[in-house]
Write a protein that binds this ligand. Structure first.
Ligand SMILES: *Cc1c(COP(=O)(O)O)cnc(C)c1O
Length: 398
């Protein structure tokens, strides 16, 4: 069913229809619920957070245990925590509600009181996308590192240049380095992680990893979960991005880290009661999507999309290493607003030049995307008629 109306605008009723997979026949009693298929997620490139939980996740929720996790009584939750601790090679794991909570609880758990600084990539989630949480919870100065190697990830030399080792009373000593993997879809190579970690530890600096999408780096063959996690004192991993769970993240570290983190989590309002409704589908997400090998297929599709864009003369701003494709809209002479609007006309949801490919993006979404590429790069209208000669669209270059 088309989800655009005659005026080429995303039709709210049609989206709802598509979401609920309602049959065309309005008299029919047959209503398949929202869990049955991806619904609009199949055409949504805005983020991998849009993935729709599956019937197996619903079944897991229906049969989960319902005991209290603040009392640490719930078997499903305890078992997910030890399962993830084993997978990552750490002593202990603790459920948190979101990736942001995972980072904030972890970093607050490690740090004492000011004056102290945290060193991180200048684009990192903890610096740009967590509402200034580190400043609020920890009173820490954050120092942003700009990668200098042209490959999109920070190196030991970049990190060293921002890290404050001085004991001088004017200085704000670095107590923690927080890395992010993947960042903008780009893998931080294991070897670089190991170098940064060895140096940081030789200076008694704690290492945290925002591994919301570490699964993607591992699926891309960059290294094992255990090898990456060995570089860090704590790691935060998301269940609700590319893995497809409805809610939840987890942090891993030593037993002592977990016990203090439980205390901090409570202070932030993150102690859950019947947490099994969160942890049962999260377990399915790890088993089906990550261990089930579905992420690699997304990476193939992301490469397919980049190649298609390039075949129409488009440029990309970053290489495809995992599940993100970065269209250079500027080079295509297309504003973000127009890109989103033209996307709606072909039945796609977009945020801008960054396209996130998740496992519920299928062939049909790529076909719609190809129509959009023809509009943006070849001047075709979405009704199929050619508006401009391709030659005339080319930008003047010096
Ligand atoms: C999404 C994301 C988070 C935060 O996750 P929420 O569950 O949305 O709070 C943290 N770090 C990175 C790198 C992310 O991509």
């Amino acid at each position: 069913m088309a989800i655009t109306n005659g005026h080429g605008v995303l039709d709210a009723e049609a989206v709802k229809h598509e979401a609920q997979h309602q049959t065309q026949n309005a008299d029919s009693d047959v209503r398949i619920n929202n869990w049955s298929t991806p619904g609009p997620a199949a055409f949504d490139f805005r983020s991998d957070v849009v993935t729709t939980p599956t019937p197996r996740m619903l079944a897991a929720i229906a049969s989960t245990t319902l005991l209290d996790d603040v009392f640490q009584d719930d078997p499903t939750t305890n078992s997910l925590e030890s399962f993830i601790a084993d997978l990552t090679g750490k002593e202990a794991a603790l459920l948190v509600l979101s990736g942001t909570m995972g980072n904030q609880v972890s970093i607050r758990t490690h740090l004492g009181g000011p004056p102290h600084s945290v060193v991180t990539d200048h684009r990192s989630h903890i610096l740009e996308w967590e509402a200034g949480g580190i400043a609020a919870w920890c009173g820490a100065l954050i120092k942003g590192v700009v990668p200098s190697n042209g490959k999109g990830y920070v190196t030991l030399e970049d990190v060293q240049a921002q890290t404050v080792l001085s004991e001088d009373i004017h200085a704000c000593p670095t107590k923690l380095i927080s890395l992010e993997n993947t960042l903008a879809g780009i893998v931080l190579p294991l070897e670089e992680c190991q170098k940064i970690s060895a140096w940081a530890r030789s200076h008694n600096i704690t290492m945290h990893l925002d591994g919301a999408r570490l699964w993607e780096a591992v699926a891309a063959g960059a290294g094992s979960l255990k090898d990456y996690c060995a570089c860090f004192d704590s790691i935060s991993l998301c269940f609700s991005k590319g893995l497809g769970a409805p809610i939840g993240s987890i942090i891993v570290g030593t037993k002592a880290f977990r016990e203090r983190a439980r205390h901090i989590r409570k202070s932030m309002g993150g102690g859950l009661r019947q947490a099994g409704v969160v942890t049962a589908p999260a377990r399915v997400a790890v088993e089906d999507t990550f261990l089930g090998g579905k992420l690699t297929a997304c990476h193939d599709r992301a490469r397919q999309i980049a190649a298609l864009w390039e075949s129409y003369g488009g440029k990309t701003t970053n290489p495809v290493e995992t599940n993100m494709v970065w269209f250079d809209l500027k080079a295509a002479n297309c504003s973000v607003e127009r890109f989103i609007e033209e996307g709606q006309k072909v039945g796609l949801r977009l945020l801008g030049g960054r396209l996130v490919v998740h496992y519920q993006i299928g062939e049909e979404a790529v076909e719609r995307l190809e129509k959009l590429m023809k509009v943006v790069l070849k001047g075709e209208r979405s009704n199929g008629t050619v508006e401009h000669e391709a030659e005339k669209l080319k930008m003047e270059t010096e």
